[in-house]
Design a protein around this ligand. Structure first.
Ligand SMILES: [Fe+2]
Ligand SMILES: [Fe+2]
Length: 138
């Protein structure tokens, strides 16, 4: 796995070290899946279980952080997380039915790619708020 994160740029830093470390991991896995030929078939469900747990932890940590900093869009942001969680459950089922490892890899990659888009398009909104209003509260 490459150490240099092509998708990561410094403007993605929130200033919350726990959240930033989780985001970096998500970006790292996305880049790994982009370059990996495929995840070995016997590893797929294990990988998906692990990702599901990680995402659950990350979303929960982030939602608590948004409440702590009194982010006005926290309810809306939590709903976006719920939609992603639901999509993940659907993808997990789909992955179990696909036979072609390359298709499975592409499917998992598409989920990761949507997380990275979520960081860039949605998490950055609370980042801006935190930098402008909330940094003194933590
Ligand atoms: Fe996030
Ligand atoms: Fe988020």
């Amino acid at each position: 796995m490459s150490e240099k994160l092509k998708y990561w740029t410094d403007d993605l830093e929130s200033g919350n070290p726990v959240i930033d470390q989780q985001h970096r991991k998500l970006v790292k896995w996305t880049e790994y899946l982009k370059t990996a030929d495929h995840v070995p078939p016997e590893e797929i469900q294990k990988v998906l279980d692990f990702i599901q747990g990680f995402i659950h932890t990350h979303f929960t940590d982030e939602e608590i952080f948004l409440i702590d900093i009194e982010y006005p869009g926290s309810q809306e942001h939590t709903e976006l997380h719920s939609a992603i969680r639901n999509r993940f459950v659907a993808v997990k089922k789909q992955a179990a039915e696909l036979m072609d490892p390359k298709q499975v890899n592409d499917l998992i990659y598409s989920v990761f790619h949507s997380y990275v888009s979520h960081i860039r398009d949605c998490d950055m909104k609370y980042n801006e708020y935190y930098k402008a209003h909330g940094a003194h509260k933590n």
